[in-house]
Design a protein. Structure first.
Ligand code: NI
Length: 170
């Protein structure tokens, strides 16, 4: 198990469409424990494989209710099959520095996914956890929460990042 560096916007890997996983082997298990360790170290409540440079359809999400308990779920090839209602909640992202913003999402989602042995599962959730699911699954499609903001907010953020990058270079 090792910590992996988290890619930061505007890294192009974050914009790729992640590949489906078809091989469920030991190297996948190893990657998953790296992802969990990296998520808890950050700390975060969800991490998608592209965020550590692996453009494959894999997410880990922390589902624990108690603060000191670490219990995570692994979702392979997750896909949202049903959506219901809407909610607005504050989001941030380990790959998008210095920004939190309100994002409109579905209130309730049903997700089809595979576990580490390849077995299929269906899972329905709502409220905050539904937000986490939508946010992490977006990552597998090259979508960041930034993309859900108004054009103005997004443009301001991109400008700020550009300036920071220019300052680093100069
Ligand atoms: Ni994120």
């Amino acid at each position: 198990m090792s910590l992996r560096p988290i890619l930061i916007f505007p890294d192009p890997i974050l914009r790729q469409k992640a590949k489906k996983i078809t091989i469920f082997d030991d190297s996948l298990t190893e990657l998953i424990s790296d992802m969990a360790a990296t998520m808890y170290d950050a700390p975060g409540i969800g991490l998608a494989a592209p965020q550590i440079g692996e453009s494959i359809q894999l997410i880990v999400v922390d589902v624990s209710k108690e603060e000191d308990e670490q219990k995570f779920t692994v979702m392979i090839n997750p896909e949202i099959t049903e959506r219901e209602g809407s909610q607005v909640d504050e989001e941030g992202c380990l790959s998008v520095l210095d920004l939190t913003a309100s994002v409109k999402r579905s209130q309730k989602v049903t997700v089809h996914y595979q576990d580490t042995s390849g077995a299929a599962h269906t899972f329905t959730t709502e409220d905050r956890f539904a937000v986490v699911m939508q946010h992490e699954i977006d990552h597998l499609h090259g979508i960041l929460f930034l993309d859900h903001l108004s054009t103005l907010k997004r443009a301001l953020y991109k400008k700020k990042i550009k300036k920071q990058l220019a300052a680093k270079k100069g």
